[in-house]
Write a protein of this length. Structure first.
Length: 254
């Protein structure tokens, strides 16, 4: 039976990560709770949980999912015969768990997720080896140098994990700032769109007024032309009558 580490977020307020084994289905193999890694003191330390939580949260932001969905997606990617067992009593949590099926992880994502786990597993293995050597120290006087070597390796790995956690905090801060800038740009974009819409409305209003003015002007011109034509005809008729009257008068004088 193969065993896989899985990351599962334990509550939004606790901000901690529960480490537990995902067993391949095999009812013949007994499981002793006291031997599960999730209950070992090394894995219950707050700094270990915090480091893992920060790593998972940062990667979840990049993948556009929740930390718990990312954790389940990581288990799904371990193999077709690996079965995640997320427990929940709420429909919304079940729907969120189902959403983990759509989270796709690349080999780079898997490596980034598993790097802190590998460090902790190495620390756990080295710690057990160190404790074994200490128990045998009374029988083997030459184990002192080896113990020191293992202690140094453990210290080095722990320091690397701490440095990694610090870098992750910086990256998270940068990501938060970038998201804040994106939100500001979105707000500015909305403002520009509103102003543009207002200007477009003004232009449409001016176009309507211009069309109405042009129509009124054309109607006025046509009306004036009609009145001028009527007056012209009137005066031409009057002039013709006057000429006739003049001709009659001149004929009488002769």
């Amino acid at each position: 039976m193969k065993k896989w580490w899985s990351l599962v977020i334990e509550g939004k307020r606790m901000r901690s990560i529960d480490l537990y084994y995902q067993h391949r289905i095999d009812t013949r193999v007994p499981i002793e709770i006291t031997n599960l890694p999730r209950f070992l003191p090394e894995n219950l330390r707050i700094e270990n949980n915090k480091m893992l939580y920060e790593r998972v949260s940062a990667i979840a932001v990049k993948k556009g999912c929740t930390p718990s969905q990312l954790a389940l997606a990581w288990v799904h990617h371990q193999g077709k015969d690996v079965v995640p067992i997320p427990g929940t009593t709420k429909i919304e949590n079940l729907q969120q768990n189902i959403g983990a099926l759509s989270v796709k992880l690349t080999p780079q994502d898997m490596a980034e997720l598993e790097s802190p786990l590998a460090s902790m597993t190495q620390v756990y293995a080295l710690t057990r080896e160190r404790d074994t050597l200490r128990r045998e120290q009374n029988k083997r006087s030459d184990a002192t140098a080896l113990l020191k070597e293992k202690d140094d390796i453990i210290t080095q790995v722990m320091e690397e994990g701490e440095n990694l956690s610090k870098k992750q905090v910086v990256q998270e801060s940068t990501i938060r700032k970038l998201w804040a800038q994106i939100r500001e740009f979105e707000e500015e974009k909305k403002g520009f769109i509103s102003k543009l819409q207002a200007e477009e409305n003004k232009v449409e209003n001016l176009k309507s007024k211009k069309a109405a003015t042009e129509k009124l002007l054309q109607e006025t011109i046509e009306k004036n032309q009609s009145e001028v034509a009527i007056q012209k005809e009137y005066y031409l008729n009057a002039l013709s009558v006057a000429k006739e009257a003049k001709a009659v008068a001149e004929a009488r004088v002769k």
